[in-house]
Design a protein around this ligand. Structure first.
Ligand SMILES: *Cc1c(COP(=O)(O)O)cnc(C)c1O
Length: 356
């Protein structure tokens, strides 16, 4: 059996070396005589796995000491609610920047809890930093640094002064170095660039913990998880372990600076191929093209189905675009090797030659 190049937006490809290591350790983790899946989350074996994963993530992202790292469940979508529940702290409203589908979902959820001020809005682009209408009295500013569906990524970090900046980094976390100290809270569903589905990583500045809305359930209070090392209840142990293997893999491959170089190169090569062809088009404003999610359309949409059908036997799968954008989407997270991007580009050129 040969593995394909999987361009899925999420759950997405994992590094093959990580999967092989998980396979080797599946039945008997480090001589413990059992699988990580079968371990008590409070036992010393799993505690060592959990601690190492957190330490590696802290090292990779240079997370300052005054931030907690939480390993939760519920996906990024639960964070859409947990953020207002915990961070409104008596304020009436929050600022949200709307750049696409995931921004909209976060906004819709926030509206259950507070007034939402749309501080900036753009389609297939991002608002210019100078155009943001930030409200000095906002509880926080929320944005989506990378819109997974539109393939639009902020080329800058909004400056929100003393108002905490909150970022849904589900599809861009770990793709490059980041100054965590600019953020009040960063969150990400794991299934794009961290590990398997079922784990959600939250990085939160400590002073933002501990003032939830009245009536907030314990499971939705960051303090519950922060005070209990993310083990108030049973955490997603296997996902946490696999994320730890991914963090170790990233460290072994030069960390986030090295990832950024490779990711920029992969994205540039693919966008160049699209731009140099009259047959393929990318709908995003060039200055905010995503490194991670590359949507593209064919000059003739009637050929979409053939493109996908022919890509599959070439070992290139999950290229169908999101229904709201159409065409194709190639998600090229950290785990996508450069050879996978090259294989896609070669296939695209061949398809254009034969069918364009
Ligand atoms: C995938 C994704 C989500 C949703 O994540 P879940 O873990 O499925 O809730 C939210 N935001 C962004 C930017 C995403 O890419």
């Amino acid at each position: 059996m040969s593995r394909v190049y999987n361009f899925s937006a999420g759950p997405a490809a994992l590094p093959e070396a990580v999967l092989k290591q998980a396979q080797e350790e599946l039945l008997d983790w480090h001589g413990a005589g059992l699988s990580v899946m079968e371990m008590s989350h409070r036992g010393k074996e799993f505690m060592s796995i959990a601690e190492q994963a957190e330490a590696d993530l802290r090292e990779l992202m240079s997370i300052p000491d005054n931030y907690k790292v939480l390993f939760l469940q519920g996906g990024a979508s639960s964070q859409f609610a947990m953020i207002p529940m915990n961070l409104l702290r008596g304020k009436k409203g929050a600022d949200y920047i709307n750049t696409g589908s995931w921004s909209k979902k976060a906004i819709a959820e926030a509206k259950r809890f507070c007034a939402v001020n749309i501080a900036g809005e753009a389609g297939m682009s991002v608002p210019a930093a100078g155009d943001l209408q930030l409200n000095a009295d906002a509880a926080y500013v929320h944005y989506t640094p990378n819109e997974t569906i539109q393939g639009v990524e902020f080329p800058y970090i909004p400056d929100t002064g003393d108002v905490p900046l909150i970022a849904d980094m589900s599809s861009t976390i770990l793709s490059r170095p980041l100054d965590v100290s600019k953020f009040g809270l960063i969150y990400a569903g794991a299934q794009k660039n961290i590990g398997p589905a079922g784990l959600t990583v939250v990085i939160i500045r400590e002073d933002l913990i501990g003032r939830p809305m009245d009536g907030t359930p314990a499971m939705f209070d960051y303090k519950t998880h922060a005070d209990n090392g993310s083990m108030y209840n049973t955490p997603p142990t296997y996902g946490w372990y696999l994320a730890g293997l991914v963090f170790a893999w990233l460290k072994g491959n030069g960390g986030l600076a090295a990832m950024a170089e490779v990711n920029e190169r992969k994205a540039k090569r693919l966008y160049d191929a699209i731009d140099n062809s009259p047959f393929y088009q990318n709908p995003a404003e060039p200055s905010c093209r995503s490194w991670m999610n590359v949507p593209f359309t064919l000059a003739n949409a009637d050929l979409d189905a053939d493109f996908l059908a022919e890509a599959k036997p070439a070992g290139l799968v999950t290229l169908k675009g999101h229904r709201s954008v159409g065409g194709m989407r190639a998600s090229i997270y950290n785990a996508m090797p450069e050879a996978g991007v090259d294989a896609l580009i070669a296939f695209m050129a061949d398809f254009e030659k034969r069918r364009g």
